[in-house]
Every structure is written in C-alpha cells, then in structure tokens.
Design a protein around this ligand. Structure first.
Ligand SMILES: Cc1cc2nc3c(=O)[nH]c(=O)nc-3n(C[C@H](O)[C@H](O)[C@H](O)COP(=O)(O)OP(=O)(O)OC[C@H]3O[C@@H](n4cnc5c(N)ncnc54)[C@H](O)[C@@H]3O)c2cc1C
Length: 235
C-alpha cells in the first residue's frame, strides 16, 4: 500500500549529459514492499509532485534507485539537480505498477526509450533473482537512445545477460555517429524485424508517447491481443 516515506540521499551520480542516478536510503519506515515495475511519487514542494519509476529491485528494500533525465528542466528536474548526498526527501510509494510482469510463461518483450528503461532494470533483476522455473521464460529488452554519449548501463545489461541465459538485449541509437557499429534507427523497426511471432509474446512499453503509440499500433496490426500489451507513458 502506498505510504509516505522519508529518505536520505546516499549517492548521486551524473551518468550522461542529462541523466542522473540517485540512490535513496529509507529512513522512516526503514524498508518497504513493492513490485518490480512500480513507481514512487516525489514530493517536490507543496502541491508539486513528480512520478518516477523505482529502478532498483524489490529485494533491495531499504534503498531505492531513481534514474532521472533532467533535460525538461521543470520543477522535477531542478529538484534532482539540487540534491546533495545527506539531503532528506519525502516520497509516496509504491504507486502504479502497470508494467509489472504477468506470471505467465509467455516471452516478455520490453521496449524502452530513454529513462523508460528504469522499471525494466528493476523487473529484469527481480526476474533474475526469482526461482529457476520462473527464469525459464525468455526476456528481451529493446532500448532506444539517440547518441553514443547517451548510453549508460551497457556493462550492467551485458553482465545480467551473461549471468542469465534467458535475458538478451538490444541497444538501438537513432542518431549515432559514423563510427557506431551497433543497431541504428528506431526501436519499432527492430522489434518488427526480430519478433517474428509477436502474437505469442507479451509486450511491455515504457517511454515517450510517440514510441508507445507507434509500437502499439504495429503490434495490434500483427494480431497481438491488446491484453498482451502493457504501457507506461513517461511524457
Ligand atoms: C509513471 C511515470 C514514471 C516516470 N518515471 C520516470 C523515470 O524513472 N525517470 C525519468 O527521467 N522520468 C520519469 N518520468 C517523467 C517525470 O515524472 C517528469 O515528467 C520529468 O522528470 C519532467 O519533470 P519536470 O518537472 O522537470 O518537467 P515538467 O515541467 O513536468 O515537464 C516539462 C515538459 O517536458 C516533457 N518531458 C517530461 N519528461 C521528458 C523527457 N524525459 N524528455 C523530454 N521531455 C520530457 C513534459 O511532457 C513537459 O512537456 C515518469 C513519468 C511517469 C508518468
């Protein structure tokens, strides 16, 4: 159940030009229960709050990781930019959870743009921590970013993939430099090319509205039942 929580900032890192990782330690209460894929609501100022995905898995229940793209530079972005280690913060959590995995054996295809990868990081780690039986289901992540300098967590997803054969991932850059030897373009075209029997999979989409609407339309056109498409719009 959602509750008001007092946190302390224990780590803050700038990982790209506009993405920050902030680790909060729970002060009161000292731990919470949540499902991977749920959110927290940051209480920024009286009457101003912003929703953020919890990027860390539920077994780490005394700390919460937030990954924040501060490029909009509205109140939420400025709040994160102004945080320092030792500061306290108030949130309400857990909220939402539209993306949490269905407990079915169907292959789970996650599609993210930008920091839309945050809930998937929590969900993939939670899955990896789960029982051997659960780990038999295939997980695939397609992650779209713009430039090489926007990339973080490459080693993290490579590491999870090397330890867990059920997990694979693809990074797709829409505006890479000439030297980029990885995948190019938009996530949608790569999902269409790779997921040849989409109707037998579940799809989890998170990020900007344009990507979500485009991918959803393509999947529905390929006979994926709408119950097998879950979405979370960041903006
Ligand atoms: C369920 C949910 C979970 C979310 N989780 C995360 C998360 O884990 N990490 C994260 O970085 N953000 C996340 N967001 C977005 C976040 O809540 C804020 O909208 C964002 O940080 C902008 O807040 P702001 O006050 O700085 O700007 P605002 O003044 O609220 O917004 C300014 C403008 O920027 C647009 N905008 C919002 N986000 C972006 C973006 N990333 N790129 C470009 N334009 C944008 C808004 O639509 C608006 O038009 C989530 C949103 C929702 C609804």
């Amino acid at each position: 159940m959602a509750q008001k929580i007092t946190l302390e900032v224990v780590k803050k890192e700038q990982v790209t030009g506009h993405v920050y990782f902030v680790t909060f330690r729970l002060v009161s209460p000292p731990s919470i229960e949540f499902r991977a894929g749920q959110n927290m609501m940051l209480m920024i100022a009286p009457g101003i709050n912003r929703t953020m995905s919890i990027a860390s898995p539920p077994n780490q229940n005394n700390e919460l990781l937030m990954i924040h793209d501060v490029s909009p530079m509205g109140p939420g972005s400025k709040w994160t930019l102004g945080l320092h280690v030792g500061d306290s913060a108030t949130i309400v959590a857990p909220t939402g959870g539209a993306l949490s995995f269905d407990p079915s054996p169907k292959k789970k295809v996650m599609i993210a743009t930008g920091t839309g990868v945050a809930p998937f990081h929590a969900m993939i780690l939670d899955y990896a921590n789960g029982s051997a039986e659960r780990a038999k289901t295939q997980l695939v992540l397609y992650w779209g970013l713009r430039h090489e300098e926007d990339v973080y967590w490459k080693e993290e997803f490579d590491r999870i993939s090397s330890l867990n054969p059920f997990f694979t991932w693809r990074l797709i850059l829409s505006k890479p430099g000439d030297g980029w030897i990885g995948l190019r373009g938009h996530v949608t075209e790569h999902v269409i090319k790779q997921e040849t029997n989409p109707e037998v999979s579940e799809f989890y989409l998170c990020g900007n509205k344009a990507m979500i609407e485009e991918v959803r339309e393509v999947l529905l056109g390929r006979n994926v039942p709408k119950e097998q498409i879950k979405t979370e719009l960041f903006y």
